[in-house]
Design a protein around this ligand. Sequence first.
Ligand code: SF4
Length: 223
Amino acid sequence: MLLDGKIEEAVSLIGSVFAENAANACVTCSFQTECMVLVDLVIAHRPNIPVLFLETGYHFPETYAYRDRMTERLRLNLVNLASKQTVEQQESQFGILYQDAPDRCCGMRKVEPLFRGLDGYGVWFTALRREQSPSRANLQPVDHFRLPTGKQLLKVSPLAAWTNADVWAYLKRRDIPVLPLYHQGYTSIGCAPCTSLPSDPENMRSGRWAGKKLECGIHIASE
Ligand code: SF4
């Protein structure tokens, strides 16, 4: 399907979700390319939708600068979701977990804050795409997601069928700048200690966690 068709499908899905679930929607955003497409599409329907950013404390300085620049430019209702401990507190209590126990670090700095942050919402828009990784190959545009509290959310991924080329073409068409780290060859950008240049050109997320794992745990917990 051509880009226009994919945009039409995404807009239609977003519109129908808002029509059926008038309130209580949020969108998660790591300020990567697909996130900017999704945010651009979603704020066209609801300009003040909460934009949840996982403030792990370990992001690249470029990511923080870009987050702030785009928040101002798009007038986003940014919500930073922080861990219960600062980076300093965590490192002094547990050491450098991203080296020794990245699952635990992601659990404390990403999964727990996100699940806590999502608890107040009924609809969760994500920018996940099937093409991003083998671990996302079966992604459905509309799914249910159960939080550890038992609360169930509607998890909506309007870009599920989009390719990387679609994402870049959309951003170019809309004149939306990308996080400058993409120009250095990064293809998937998360926390600085766990992000490197991709080792497998076929897998955009192969630069995450040095290929040791593909997901932080958030999107594995869905059902
Ligand atoms: S991506 Fe790395 S630094 Fe970030 S929370 Fe996970 S293990 Fe920690």
